[in-house]
Design a protein around this ligand. Structure first.
Ligand code: GLN
Length: 308
């Protein structure tokens, strides 16, 4: 545990820097604010409510000023197999793919739809493997990566991040009858399944001396569902993944449980091209308005806290 925690914590370092690659400013204080602390900014929300009309009126103007990969649209790169943040919808959902065929819902999708609305843009979902979302933004194919995307120092080299809008924790899923009781037991020559390119994958495949379990003990899968299938088939002994998808996978698959282990908190934020600081600013401002007026909390509660 100690080793695992150490590397996780190392990954979390320096997360209090200002959003959008800017220097430290008043807005940076909000970056570390977990959703639970969103109430603390209620006063601010009330103050900002008065500005709402101006904000709405400014939306069309904002859209005209912003450059996006496709005019009038805001393309969100994501992996829609990450419930409750992004998944396909049987109904209308809150956005579609470019062709308009597939509908999507989830916390990220709904928050993104609200952001797009504020900016006078139409949200379009570009569904891909998680490991491609940052590259897609870097290479100018999508406008923003929003995928339960954890802020890390390494990723900050490739994209600029908005302030954080949610938190996640890496947890361990094992079969109910597993002899793995703590994360320390993962070091006993176990095979771990992860989603390719995720923080869980990066932490686990790190060399033992750096707090990981070593590459040879980790199997990467294109998405969480496939990692879970591998666990059920006995190809891996455990799956390391973010807590909320973990809860949903365990609820949907009999015979699995989440280890009651020491949780490490990560911050989720939206990644935007370093070549488009204006878009990052605009998205970040819209996001902060949605945090301040309670919209983000409302959406999170709808998917996560309801019924608990
Ligand atoms: N939060 C994790 C990461 O950013 C996993 C995200 C995901 O799989 N969609 O690496």
């Amino acid at each position: 545990m100690k080793k695992y925690a150490a590397i996780l914590l190392a990954g979390m370092m320096a997360l209090s820097l200002a959003a959008c690659g800017g220097s430290s400013s008043a807005s940076s204080a909000k970056e570390d604010a977990a959703p639970a602390e969103a109430e603390a900014v209620t006063e601010e929300a009330e103050a900002e409510a008065g500005e709402a009309v101006t904000t709405e009126a400014a939306a069309a103007e904002t859209a005209a000023e912003l450059t996006t990969v496709s005019e009038g649209e805001l393309h969100m790169a994501t992996n829609a197999q990450f419930p409750p943040y992004e998944m396909t919808s049987d109904g209308e959902g809150y956005a579609t793919d470019a062709a308009g065929d597939v509908h999507f819902e989830g916390i990220d999708v709904e928050v993104a739809a609200k952001i797009a609305e504020k900016l006078g843009l139409k949200l379009v979902i570009d569904d891909m493997e998680f490991s491609s979302v940052i590259i897609s933004v870097q290479s100018g194919k999508a406008d923003m990566a929003m995928a339960g995307l954890t802020v890390t120092e390494e990723r900050k080299q490739n994209v600029d991040f908005t302030d954080s809008y949610a938190t996640g924790v890496q947890v361990v899923i094992v079969p109910e009858d597993s002899d793995i009781a703590t994360v320390d037991d993962l070091a006993n020559d176990k095979m771990i399944g992860c989603q390719d390119g995720t923080t869980g994958f990066i932490y686990c495949e790190a060399p033992v001396e750096e707090g990981g379990y070593g590459k040879e003990h980790v199997n990467g899968y294109p998405n969480g569902a496939m990692a879970i299938e591998a666990l059920k088939a006995g190809k891996v002994d455990a799956v390391v993944i973010d807590n909320e998808p973990a809860k949903q996978f365990v609820a949907a698959n009999e015979g699995l449980k989440i280890l009651d282990t020491e949780y490490i908190v990560e911050n989720y934020a939206i990644g935007i091209s370093k070549d488009n600081p204006a878009l990052c600013e605009a998205v970040n401002n819209a996001l902060n308005e949605l945090i301040a007026d309670g919209t983000v909390k409302q959406i999170v509660d709808k998917y996560i806290n309801a019924g608990e």
